[in-house]
Write a new protein. Structure first.
Length: 264
């Protein structure tokens, strides 16, 4: 069904093995904790995570989605560029994705830490609500009742301790949550495919109608942008990593088109 090229095949095998073996052996969580990309100033951060996170996935559907994109769009790009250029492109898109994600993550944590300090200095319901609304909007709605009661019992030690506990817990979770997956590199591949083969018709599964590649790329790009700017409850997708992969892909495709004679 799929004519896999050598680099695509090897990337596929590595990703599948690094998911299947730990899943069967029962240490998937250890793999995610050790090789997932952490906040740059977290104690558990290591430089190698910038690369290793691209080959670790959080679940079967996560792996399936990314590998499907790889085997659908990757072989044509590898055939057009050659294996060496395709591998460099894949890795650069993945690194670019992690760079943008880490930059945004750093800014978000800095904001949350600043809001936490304001709350600790003046631990009242108003500052607690502001901390949640600005930094954890997906959690804010579930705390509205608590905030209202807290506002009426500002000097109650129980409510105060509960609020402080929640603030510290949310911030620690944000700092220590690892990011995994090949999505940044895959979105880069998707962007490159749309730029090089914009009018190639792809058959959608639902509904089963043909659509040009450039429209598919546009849709995924807008979806990633919307997801990044409008967080929804329960959404743990690294949308900025998707955008990072697409942006670096755009840069490299345009660069290679202009200076193709200088690249190998």
């Amino acid at each position: 069904m799929f004519n896999l090229t050598p680099i695509v095949k090897n990337i596929l095998i590595i990703n599948v093995l690094l998911f299947a073996v730990p899943a069967v052996a029962g240490f998937s969580d250890v793999m995610i904790d050790f090789f997932g990309l952490r906040y740059p100033f977290a104690p558990s951060f290591s430089v190698y995570q910038l690369v290793t996170h691209m080959f670790i996935h959080g679940g079967f559907s996560h792996l399936l989605y990314n590998m499907f994109g790889l085997i659908v769009f990757g072989p044509l790009l590898e055939s057009a560029w050659g294996g060496k250029r395709f591998l460099i492109f894949y890795m650069v898109c993945g690194l670019g994705a992690s760079a943008l994600y880490s930059g945004v993550h750093f800014f978000e944590i800095y904001q949350a830490q600043s809001a936490r300090e304001i709350f600790i200095v003046s631990p009242n319901a108003e500052n607690y609500a502001r901390f949640l609304e600005q930094n954890f909007p997906e959690y804010y709605s579930s705390q509205i009742n608590f905030i209202e009661v807290f506002a009426k019992n500002q000097n109650n030690e129980g409510f105060l301790n509960e609020a402080i506990k929640n603030v510290n817990s949310l911030l620690a979770r944000k700092i220590n949550s690892p990011m995994v997956g090949a999505s940044g590199a895959i979105f880069g591949i998707l962007m490159a495919f749309g730029l090089l083969f914009p009018n190639t018709e792809l058959m959608l599964l639902f509904p089963p109608i043909p659509i040009k590649a450039k429209f598919v790329v546009g849709f995924y790009g807008l979806t990633a942008l919307f997801g990044a700017l409008h967080k929804t409850p329960g959404d743990n997708v690294a949308h900025y990593a998707h955008l990072g992969g697409m942006l670096f892909a755009l840069f490299f495709v345009l660069y290679w088109k202009k200076y193709s004679s200088r690249f190998y």
